[in-house]
Ligand binder design. Structure first.
Ligand SMILES: [Cu+2]
Length: 171
């Protein structure tokens, strides 16, 4: 019973949220500022996309972001492309008898109304074959492909480290 109550509340919140998002979206597009780091097309919202600044000569880089799924079905990030790297792979870290190892994964799934947080030590986007070093304060574009069929182009900020420490979501 309690679960059903919670579901009804969430669905109601979603409708209210959608109504707000719609009005907001129209206002934003009037000013030509819709193509920013966070959008809500197909119920997916990408936040806090950043990449670690690389040292000169570094061949690989790493990017992080959070994926909010406002849809009613499980979605998943399947692939990433970016002009700054030859190839981008989805990776996770696995603890193998006390040693943290990176491992390629084929998707990062996000349950309905949940957020998947990519962060140092966890899931991340590996940028292989950097065209040039990623400089602090610069930004680049990344295109994300989702299981739902949607694609998103987002702006990724290059930082020394993520200054915000507010991620409390656990996945
Ligand atoms: Cu990696």
């Amino acid at each position: 019973m309690r679960r059903i109550g919670v579901m009804v509340l969430m669905v109601t919140a979603l409708f209210i949220g959608a109504a707000f998002a719609d009005t907001h979206g129209h206002k934003k597009s009037a000013h030509g500022t819709t193509n920013k780091t966070s959008h809500s097309m197909h119920g997916i919202v990408i936040n806090e996309a950043w990449a670690r600044a690389s040292t000169p000569g570094a061949k690989n880089g790493v990017a992080y972001l959070s994926i909010e799924n406002h849809g009613s079905t499980t979605n998943a990030l399947l692939s990433v492309t970016t002009p700054v790297a030859g190839r981008a792979e989805l990776h996770t870290h696995k603890n193998e008898s006390g040693v943290m190892k990176m491992e390629q994964i084929h998707s990062i799934s996000v349950a309905p109304h949940k957020t998947a947080v990519l962060r140092p030590g966890g899931d991340h986007i590996m940028l292989l074959g950097l065209e040039k070093p990623l400089k602090i304060g610069s930004h680049f574009m990344m295109t994300l492909k989702f299981k739902s069929g949607s694609e998103k182009s987002i702006k990724v900020m290059v930082l020394k480290n993520n200054v915000k420490k507010k991620n409390k979501h656990n996945h």
